[in-house]
Design a binder for this molecule. Structure first.
Ligand code: AP5
Ligand code: MG
Length: 389
């Protein structure tokens, strides 16, 4: 999902530019101002409560706003994302939006702030008052709206500046010029949106083979906690020595190790297009950890693949590998192979449920040639990327 908030003072052109933006990016349009005006026209309870405030140029209460936003978000699930116009308008609303999007496992990607001098704003709204019949487009009320904007709404821009996703755009010029400026910053922020992929599958399902090819093709940083751990073990680092005991038995290593390794990988690739996680998360706890880790960086898991391979086939493949130079020391011992498969079944399979609830999981048939499986994966990956951005 890709979510944009259009920000700016009354008359800045938010509504005007929104129409073109939702079409270009296939977003659901949420304008709190429009919704409130509809409620007023319908004469609903909510409309009645809002009317007196809007007439004065004040801000409607956050309680009312949260109700209308929640309703609107819930009824628009089949879109690429949302375009918010005139929301969030207070810092409280900014926090509310964080929470609402968190529930959908997404976040605000970009806030575009339209900058227009006050004289021009006044002129535009006075002009609009001749065409549209808005109850709040009189000089006195406009002045109040501008005052409210300065006092309560400008701090919202600060909130998003701190998150590094607030982009200022010159709002003076022709409609097309401004639209181009906006799409430029949107594209810029799109490239900053990481695409994070998780690849699952039992031992021997081909995660390593497919994972590396996929990460290469889509220019994602490949993170295999298993091979990172093996490197630590080879280096004989403090972590390596501690991890060795677990790995040799075919057990899952303590969570702190993987967290440190993943954080380090992410930190050393600040300009990444995204990350490809192979062999992580392996437990529900790790699924929560990964979500938390990415959330901290204003990102999330974009899609999850499960390579489906029957147990017997896994055993056959591992047994073949054990006789080649690619053999791992934990391939040599049947007991260890069985423990790894067991651990996958008991601890990793529940993670699939976790992602099934988030609805971003794809089951991929892992039987066939490398090329066949790769093709199945790329088709779904491209689909998932389209949805993620
Ligand atoms: P809302 O409807 O959101 O109004 P607003 O923020 O005051 O903004 P406007 O709709 O007046 O301006 P706009 O930026 O959309 O500009 P437009 O494209 O129309 O909110 C109304 C009220 O509802 C609030 O005061 C509040 O009471 C309440 N409310 C809403 N959301 C709330 C929230 N989240 N919390 C609390 N209360 C809330 O353009 C303006 C004019 O300029 C148009 O005539 C247009 O044709 C023209 N124009 C546009 N672009 C250009 C250009 N480049 N050059 C020349 N003219 C242009
Ligand atoms: Mg508007």
């Amino acid at each position: 999902m890709y979510n944009i908030a259009l920000f700016g003072p009354p008359g800045a052109g938010k509504g005007t530019q929104s129409r073109k933006l939702i079409e270009k990016y296939n977003l659901a349009y949420i304008s709190t101002g429009d919704i409130l005006r509809e409620e007023i026209a319908e004469g609903s309870d909510l409309g009645l409560q809002a009317k007196s405030v809007i007439e004065m140029g004040g801000l409607v209460s956050d309680e009312i706003i949260v109700q209308i936003i929640e309703k609107k978000i819930k009824t628009n699930t089949e879109v690429n994302g949302f375009l918010f116009d005139g929301f969030p308008r207070t810092v409280v609303q900014a926090y509310i939006l964080e929470g609402l999007l968190l529930k959908l496992n997404t976040s605000l990607n970009c806030m575009v702030s339209l900058e227009v001098p006050q004289d021009e704003l006044m002129e535009r709204m006075q002009e609009r008052s001749k065409k549209e019949n808005r109850i709040d487009d009189t000089t006195e009320v406009i002045e109040n709206r501008l005052k409210e904007y300065k006092n309560k709404t400008i701090p919202v821009a600060e909130f998003y500046k701190e998150k590094g996703i607030c982009y200022s755009v010159d709002g003076v010029g022709t409609l097309d010029e401004i639209f181009e400026r906006i799409t430029n910053v949107v594209e810029q922020s799109l490239t900053k949106t990481w695409l994070n992929v998780v690849l699952f599958g039992p031992p021997g399902s081909g995660k390593g083979t497919q994972g590396k090819m996929l990460a290469d093709k889509y220019d994602l940083v490949y993170i295999s906690t298993g091979s990172l751990l093996r490197k630590e073990i080879e280096k004989g680092s403090e972590m390596g020595l501690a991890a060795k005991e677990y790995v040799e038995k075919g057990d899952i290593v303590p969570d702190e190790f993987a967290i440190k390794l993943i954080e380090k990988q992410i930190q050393t690739h600040p300009d990444a297009k995204g990350f490809f996680f192979k062999g992580y998360p392996r437990t529900i706890v790790q699924a929560y950890i990964l979500d938390g880790l990415l959330r901290k960086l204003n990102s999330s898991v974009s899609c999850v693949f499960n390579l489906d391979v029957p147990t017997l086939e896994s055993i056959k493949r591992l047994s073949v590998r054990s006789k080649t130079e690619k053999s791992r020391y934990y391939d040599m011992d049947t007991d260890v192979i069985i423990r790894r498969l067991e651990s996958f079944q008991t601890r990793t399979s529940p993670v699939l449920n976790y992602y099934e609830k988030q609805k971003n999981i794809y089951n991929i048939d892992g039987i066939g040639t490398e090329e066949e499986v790769f093709e199945r994966l790329t088709i779904k990956l491209e689909l998932a990327f389209k949805n993620a951005r």
